[in-house]
Every structure is written in structure tokens, then in C-alpha cells.
Design a binder for this molecule. Sequence first.
Ligand code: GCO
Length: 451
Amino acid sequence: MQNSFPESFSFHRDDFPADFVFGAATSAYQIEGRQFGGAGSCHWDTFAATPGNVPRGDDGARACDHYHRYAEDLDLVAAAGLDAYRFSASWARVMPRGTGEVNVEGVDFYDRLVDAICERGLQPFLTLYHWELPSPLADRGGWCNADIAAWFADYADVLLARIGDRLHAVAPINEPWCVAWLSHFLGLHAPGLRDIRAATRALHHVLLGHARVLEVVRARGAGAAGAVFNFEYAAPADGSDASARAARFYDGVYNRWFLEAVCHGAYPADVLELLEPHLPDGWQDDLATIAAPLDWIGINYYTRKLIAAAPGRALPAVAETVGDLPQTSMGWEIYPAGLGEFLRRVAAASGGKLPIYVTENGMAGADEVVAGAIDDRARIAYLDAHVAEARRALADGVPLKGYFVWSLLDNYEWACGYDKRFGLVHVDFDSLERRPKRSWYALRDALRPTA
Ligand code: GCO
């Protein structure tokens, strides 16, 4: 099947502006190994330990053991010819109880890591929260508790005081939609709640936390301060009014909620109409803070959804249906045009000048080691089609500054455990051996400078 796909990329780095950044992305819980180095427990440990949430109860206790193997992993980023590395820090590694006492070993680890990134000539792009909330804070209501903005700012300040001087860019939170809606309304990620009030509060507090930490990033002079959103293209599943309404709500809570809040200091009226009863008192007073200027916006983009109405629930209940486009191993349709759409939409919403990055794009594939090699041409085709969209957007004047592949390594894919492989580099989860896939070699060729 791989034979029907190209062996190489159709672009070369020379097709892009000289300062265009190519990178790879990872996150702490997905690769580091939570059991190492004195990190505290987090809500993903207990979510995974709850039967039914994750296949086999897989968790991030060992993951890729990046904690000990980071040098080898960064060598792979550099050897691919990439310019930047996007990674996250674990709050529970820095502050095992979420507040108060600092785990010096944890801060030392990030200090070594950032040095190792810089030594290889890579630009460090840090995310401060990629989903592993310290358990003691989950006990206090986590993202449903307004105090989280202050807790988050304290943690950010401790870490940035140590490593902020060497960072190229910082985003407080990875994918606020996942932190709030996926985790508190759909219940598919930790803490696994299905509650409209909890979800709505989290939708607001995640933006407030973002804004408070933005202030810390600026006060510490820790690189360019941005925000990273996952956007998903939503189209009505059929021509009915009900599906059109459902798709509009889906787009509203997934995409417009965040974009309008940070760009215009407002929540979209149609979504607000449904969620306002559940927002915390005084939410309006936070909007000016939430809309504080950004230095850049990152877009994580993977797929589209066809949305139909699901009757019988109070909200415009949405049903996700799958169309007839080819799918990745996640069951996600491959729809590169959606990336172009969001690049234009974000450029328009943010005034046309604000630097934009594609901070994640990639696919899970059935990547097997055959005779020592991994032939993932389907991934080359996927990435190639999305990079082509990025080029088109650039040609249309979108201020796109870089593109990051998700992910460097096969890793802990959250509620899918270790079953889904997104890496440019294959990881054997028994031996922990790393093996570059065909896509890694092809990317290296595409990025190799012309003599
Ligand atoms: C996300 C996260 C990553 C995922 C990736 C694939 O977008 O969900 O940033 O942690 O692993 O997206 O699902």
C-alpha cells in the first residue's frame, strides 16, 4: 500500500523564505517518563489507571524515557536538518504538588535540556502546559477553579526564572480546547468529566491562565509570547438546517471561542447564548486581560469533521460523522485544504501581520519495522500535502513563519496509549530503540541546504 505514495517530498527549503523555520514537536508527558527525576503525580496518571479510559491502562510512567535519552533525541532533530524544537515542560516535574516546593532535579533537567537544544543550533519553543496537571491541583478542582491562573503563573515564573533567558518562543498552553472541552465535556481526556458547568468554567479559566502566564513570560523577557490552538475544520454533514446549526456550534466552541477571545476580547455570541449560565461570575472583567497582545499564534491542525445534529439533548448536540476521504490510523480524514483555510482565517482575525506558525501537523500510521526499516510513505504524502497548503497560504500573503511536524518520536498518544504512532522516528516501546522512518530521511533531503 505504501508503494502508491511518493518516496520524497515535493518541496525544498529553498521554496520558503530564508528565515522560515522547520521544526518537530513533542510534549513532556508523552515522551519523558513521569517516574524519573522526582516528578509528582498528575491527573493523566490516575485517568490512565481508571479502567476503560486508555487501552491496557497505558500511562506515561516510562514513555520514551526521553528524561535520560534527550541528547540522542535532540541529535535526531539536528541531523534531520530542522531549525527548531517545540517541547513542553511538566508542571508536576517542576512543582510536584503544583504549588510551593520546587523539585530542583526537575528544574535542572529543563536547564540541561534547553542548553542541549541551543548547543545543537536549534531554536527552543517551549510550551508550559501540555496537559499534565499536578494531582493536588486536580483535587482542588483543576481548571474549574479560578485560582488556577495564579497557580499556573507561579509555576511559570519558577521555571522561566531559570531557563527563560535561552528560549526563542513560549506558549503558555497547548490546545486550550482539549484542556477544557475534550477533558471536561466530552470526558475523553483527563480528568474525564462530562459536565457542562465544569467545561464552561474550564473554557474561561484556561484563557485566563493563558493571559496570566503571558504576563510572566513578558516580565521574564522569555522569548516571543504566543498561543497555540488546535483548530478543526467543521462542515455540516448534510444540507439540513439542523446540521448547519450543529456545525456552527462545533466551529464556535472549537475554534471561534478562542480566536475571538484572544484577538477581539469577546466570546462568540452564538456560543455564549448557550454557555453563559455556566460561566464564573465576573467573567466579562477578564476579557481585556485575555485579549492582551500576542507575539505569535500557533495552529495545530490534523483533520476535518462532518457534523450532524444529534437530537434530544439540551445543547445543539453534535454528532461527528466520517466522510469518504482517506483516513489516518486515528480514523481522522485527511483534508489538507482545512489547514489553508485556518491559516487565512487566523491571519484575518489577527490583523494580517502577526506571525503565525503551524505548531503541529502530522499523522498516525501503521508503521512497522520490516527488515530494519520503516516505510511510512503515507506520512510523506500527508506532510507534503499540508506543506503545499502552507506554501499557498504564504503566497497569498499569510505571515506564516514556520512549520512543525507532530511528532519527533512515536510516543504516548493519550487515550490511545502506545497504539498510535505519529513519529518521524520509530520507537520500540520494549527496548526503547529509536529508528528514523523513511519520512525522517525524506525530510532531511528536503531540508538539506543547496551547495
Ligand atoms: C494534540 C496534542 C498532541 C497529540 C497529537 C495527536 O494535538 O492532541 O498536541 O499531544 O499527541 O495532536 O493527537
